[in-house]
Design a binder for this molecule. Sequence first.
Ligand code: GLU
Length: 288
Amino acid sequence: MTEALPPRGRFAPSPTGPLHAGSLAAALASYFLVKSRHGQWLVRVEDLDPPREIPGMAERQIQQLADFGLFSDLPVVYQSQRHALYEQALTRLLAEDKAFYCSCTRTQLADSNGIHRHCIAPLDKTHAAVRLRVPDIECRFHDGLQGAQVQALAGDVGDFVLKRADGLYAYQLAVVLDDALQGITQVVRGADLLDSTARQIFLQQQLGLPTPEYWHIDLVLDEAGQKLAKSQGHDALNDSMRLQELQRALRHLRQDPEVLDSGLSMAENLARALHAFDVNRLLSASAP
Ligand code: GLU
């Protein structure tokens, strides 16, 4: 009999700006959910898109996590160093005719809201993207917090891009491969990525990879009700108010901020928050 592997969660920021309150809430939710089940928590740097990244930002984000006592249980993985793995998977999908080269431009797809169903431009392999063939199916899954989900893949997203015409690997491809290769069993992240999940599950199925659990936490909004953005540096976590930032994140996750004590270190406070973590309170946050 094989022993069940311990659960594994991850936090996977793109280094496009400093972490903000929403990032901290997502990192903590994934940390609490996996650590309360005696699992491992990993950090992965999703540095796939150099034009959008800021030099040194990955190190700053890792330091921001460390300042809250959050450390990856295994060495941090950088997607920029994993192109060979992504290319291998693409080669396989292309060979199996599950993916195809395409040189349709965004302008050419404007009439269909950017949704690709069949090529409308002649193939120019020097400027081709690679897309996944998406059949007319519904993808259903259960989200730990957002409940039952369904997406009509063809109509909603169409044949989606796995590698861009400029040679950059798409988030959907890299995230699916890395979650599987790193043995991630639970993906906990902001609700802005709920819409990507059906694509990721379909791609897992095409590649014969397992589907992890998904938990999408409600986004942290600013006073104007707007989503926080990493690339707008002004939303960054305040380094001189860490305890308050931790309190705010706990409140967002419906946990008890009273367990924190300003006389203790951040590591001790994190341990207290983990000890007090109550998944039912988190579930009540998304209850209808
Ligand atoms: N890299 C993505 C971000 O920074 C998160 C991806 C994920 O958690 O799947 O928003």
